[in-house]
Design a protein around this ligand. Sequence first.
Ligand code: 6GU
Length: 225
Amino acid sequence: MRIDILTLFPGLFESPFQISIIKRAVEKRLCEIHLHDIRDYSTDKHKSVDDYAFGGGAGMVMMIQPIEALILKLKAERNYDEIIYMTPDAKVFTQKEANRLSMSQNLMILCGHYKGVDQRIRDHYITHEISIGDYVLTGGELAAAVVVDSVVRLIPGVLSDETSALTDSHQDGLLSPPVYTRPANYKGWEVPGILLSGNEKKINEWRENQSMEITRKIRPDLFDK
Ligand code: 6GU
């Protein structure tokens, strides 16, 4: 998979993609992540990337020109499965979406800043919009890093058996059961005995029950979906 990220702040992605699972996915050549600085595509003599909103109001709007130049350059090089715009005014990202996007060959992700991008970019180039939750971030970069992380770990070969995605919270629509490791008794805090029994069938039943109970308690809304 190839992911192109269009941003005014490429530096924000440096550390998240240079650590752990994403780093390994890139090293194993299972994915390529390319960062593009939108400002490099401004033809303006001051390299402007934003301007005041028509109609007034606080906050700047990202201009069409540099974004379009960058999108057109990339589109001329390959076909994109989706051209995604990160914005709080979109449907909220889910595991189902992560699963779907993980089957892509090429993804382009545009990160919004300030008041967002000129609507005409959305109308004419964007094929999919993502918010990561009902709260506001300074820009789309951290949200894009979240989406990339959740998608890249699902690419076949990225996770080992031990880190398998199949048992993740949300993968089956439920929250995960509690987990424990050595020691079995720490200061008198004991691990549930069933987990030490070696009875795989009983252990799986216990985990399923815990999943249901925890989901009912913390996220009952997941049962409605
Ligand atoms: Cl994608 N962008 C911004 N700026 N804020 C957000 C978001 C995205 N998702 C949730 N909040």
